[in-house]
Design a protein around this ligand. Structure first.
Ligand code: ADP
Length: 741
């Protein structure tokens, strides 16, 4: 990677390296070439055009389909220190003018606009005067009718480009890889012999599951109760279902929002904001929600209904785990949903060829749900990747959670009941007959004398309907599309009966709890992040992603250098918030008497021992590191100086000195003490004891430092141990090569 790109990546984003397709895309853009980059959702498309924009002379215009998300994207960039703005219908006219003026004055590197804006002639006139380096077209598949989100205004983009004085570089980004869509993007956006980059579609942190024939509400109830407080999205196919699930979850006391095309803009925006700002944990939504959603801590994406295509599905599940952490992707499959999708396709006014294509996509989605192969492999192959394994050991089909269960006998009983009642009844009546229910409806229809009446009496009605659902999902039973849907045994079911085939289902799994490994410090850091996010009026994850906070909470960085080592902490973020985070970490370390140094030493010795057992002496040598700090201290260096000279945190330097002193080395510990407060510190120790620092600190004037208190405590302990005195000169000599922190 070119040094300059790497430096900018580290400085602004705090990342060490680019993903392969990102690197290639940026390199080609910087060479002045058009590009088409295909990456899965969450794969990192935005960095491609953002980093390029930083390096190009002039403004980059990003065309993005959803105006409601532009503010968030622009906020994120401004947080990173990349000056950006947006113009869309939500911006007042005088604001539009002042943003354009600022753009002309070179105050912004990136401008976000919606494609509809390109139909506005005045706008094109105005921007044609600006030095535009690049047009980045996000969600470029919207230009194609073959894609799953066709937007007619995307067709205006190439006209608009034609009106500009100089043709800028055009970069297009999408997660849709099919040939038709690719071709359309290239021709309709007018890309000039573009380089096409496809990044791996594998998102290892997504745990894929398809659950068939389960009671969806029961599942949600159990799963969400187990994972309360975590953030997730539940997708439904219709507005009606979204409302129903939303109401249900409200009753279950979840913090939940709803989003679909039938709500007013105001309501939709409010719920979206609530979700982004962590005021609600769960968003129940139709596919109208989510394009461009950057919320990074989505821990599960549940599809309450089967989506219309694998592209749509992968895009929606891609919204989980953007921070790199694990995310459950659970599809609750039911044959009825396929009929809903068919109905939705039927009712669209689209050309017959496109309709046919949509049916084909629906069938592919259905095949995915039925496959007993590795689901990850299936999806990756669908996206054109060559996969050299058969078992990913992670998806539902590859893990033990999906063992096959033989339900042949129950299946035959159900088929037989449906056939003997002439396929005239729905699920509830059939289950009632098999149970032997005394329900009036059953008895008055003479079903009580049926030979299958009561043959499953040992089961509950609910168990029986669950099995029927599985058989429907697996295609053994069809459900008619009528006001009162009735059950019919499908060809597959008839064949199974005739040939005495065994019927297996994937066993129901217990809902799983996502393992939370949050430490106390993580929670404290989360609170601080929330506070800062409120002050800055941005969502929490824009300040730092959850994965970044987790890394901070386990490494406990205490200096600028240490904090900048954390993935996701760039310079700008450090400047803005670094001190506050470090202060909280230090307070936590002091409060809990954590010896970060010895923790690090232990880790390294383990690693070192692992590397070479013959080098056993080395671990011993490492312990001398605190003696090195002592030597510097005795030469008159302050803790701050020692920290700089040795590239360790001040806190670590302080721990070294106190440790040496307690071990009996000849050190003037009083240099660390604010002597004017020494007596007060001693009194406070007498009053509240010497076990915890915080209570002692609380008894003293604000200005008394923890360092003073720790030094006085060390002196007390050394006295109590008989005040042994070792002269540092007696130590064996050591060289700088031995120093390992
Ligand atoms: P997309 O637009 O493709 O859906 P984003 O650009 O929003 O995806 O990136 C998804 C997540 O991955 C973001 O949180 C982003 O910060 C992170 N990310 C992107 N590129 C890198 C990288 N090179 N190293 C680490 N994290 C990255």
């Amino acid at each position: 990677m070119k040094l300059e790109i790497q430096q900018l990546l580290k400085k602004y984003y705090g990342y060490d390296s680019l993903r392969e397709a990102q690197e290639k895309t940026i390199e080609k853009i910087l060479e002045g070439k058009d590009t088409l980059t295909i990456m899965p959702t969450g794969g990192g498309k935005s960095i491609c055009y953002q980093l390029s924009a930083l390096m190009l002379k002039g403004v980059t215009i990003v065309i993005s389909p959803l105006i409601s998300l532009m503010k968030e994207q622009v906020d994120t960039l401004n947080e990173l220190g990349i000056n950006s703005t947006y113009i869309n219908s939500s911006v007042e006219k005088n604001q539009v003018i002042s943003r354009i003026m600022a753009l002309k004055n070179g105050e912004y590197k990136i401008l976000y606009v919606a494609p509809e804006r390109l139909e506005n002639y005045d706008f094109i006139q105005v921007i044609s005067d600006i030095d535009i380096a690049m047009i980045a077209v996000d969600e470029a598949h919207c230009v194609s009718q073959w894609g799953h989100d066709f937007r007619p205004s995307y067709r205006r983009i190439s006209n608009m480009i034609g009106c500009l004085k100089h043709r800028p570089i055009i970069s297009a980004f999408t997660a849709t890889a099919t040939e038709e869509v690719k071709k359309d993007i290239i021709s309709l956006l007018g890309l000039a012999t573009p380089d096409v980059f496809i990044n791996g579609f594998d998102r290892q942190n997504l745990n894929l599951k398809v659950l068939k024939g389960i009671n969806k509400r029961d599942f949600l109830k159990e799963y969400l109760a187990q994972n309360k407080g975590l953030c997730g999205i539940i997708y439904t196919s219709t507005r009606k279902d979204a409302e129903k699930v939303y109401e249900f979850l409200l009753k279950e006391n979840h913090k939940v929002g709803v989003y679909h095309g039938g709500l007013s803009d105001e309501k939709r925006n409010q719920f979206q904001e609530d979700f982004i700002y962590d005021n609600v944990d769960i968003m129940v939504a139709t596919n109208a929600f989510g394009m461009g959603i950057d919320k990074s801590n989505v821990r599960y994406v549940i599809h309450y209904n089967m989506p219309k295509s694998i592209e749509a599905y992968y895009q929606e599940v891609g919204r989980g785990g953007r921070d790199g952490g694990e995310s459950d992707c659970i599809l609750l499959f039911n044959m009825q949903d396929v009929q809903t999708q068919r109905f939705l396709i039927d009712s669209r006014e689209i050309p017959e060829t496109i309709k046919k294509n949509e049916y084909k996509k629906l069938q592919e989605m259905l095949d995915y749900c039925y496959t007993s192969k590795c689901q990850r492999k299936y999806l990756l192959e669908y996206f054109g990747e060559v996969v050299d394994y058969d078992n990913c050991e992670k998806c539902f089909n590859c893990t033990g959670s999906s063992e096959l269960t033989n339900i042949t006998i129950d299946a035959y009983k159900i088929f037989s009941c449906i056939l003997r009642t002439n396929e005239r009844f729905g699920k509830n009546i059939i289950a009632g007959v098999l149970k032997g229910s005394k329900n009036e409806k059953i008895l008055t229809q003479g079903l009580g004398t049926q030979s299958t009446y009561g043959i499953m009496s040992e089961k509950t009605i609910k168990d029986i309907t669950d099995i029927i659902n599985i058989l429907v999902a697996d295609g053994y039973i069809n459900v008619t599309e009528s006001e009162f849907p009735t059950l019919k045994v499908s060809n597959r079911g008839i064949l199974a009966l005739k040939n005495k085939e065994e019927v297996y289902i994937r066993a129901k799994i217990k809902t799983t709890k996502i393992v939370k490994e949050d430490s106390e410090l993580f929670d404290i850091l989360k609170k601080l992040r929330f506070e800062i996010a409120k002050e800055e009026r941005v969502p929490s994850y824009i300040i730092f992603a959850d994965t970044c906070l987790k890394e901070i909470s386990s490494y406990m960085p205490q200096s600028k250098e240490e904090l900048l080592q954390i993935k996701g902490v760039g310079e700008r973020k450090y400047e803005k918030y670094g001190d506050r985070f470090i202060a909280v970490i230090k307070e936590y370390i002091e409060k809990n008497n954590i010896d970060v140094q010895s923790l690090n030493l232990a880790d390294e010795s383990d690693e070192e021992n692992f590397k070479s057992e013959t080098e056993q002496g080395k671990a011993e040598e490492k312990k001398k590191t605190h003696l090195v700090s002592m030597e510097l201290y005795n030469e008159g260096n302050s803790l701050e100086n020692i920290s700089k000279i040795r590239s360790i945190s001040v806190n670590t330097a302080e721990q070294h000195i106190i440790l040496c002193y307690e071990e009996g080395y000849n050190i003037d510990i009083n240099k660390l003490v604010q002597l004017e407060y020494k007596n007060q510190i001693l009194d406070a120790i007498k009053d509240v004891g010497d076990e915890k620092l915080k209570p002692i600190k609380a008894m003293l004037p604000e200005e008394v430092t923890y360092t003073s208190i720790k030094a006085v405590l060390a002196e007390e302990r050394r006295m109590a141990n008989g005040n042994i005195n070792i002269n540092p000169k007696d130590l064996t000599t050591y060289t700088n090569d031995d120093i390992i922190i």
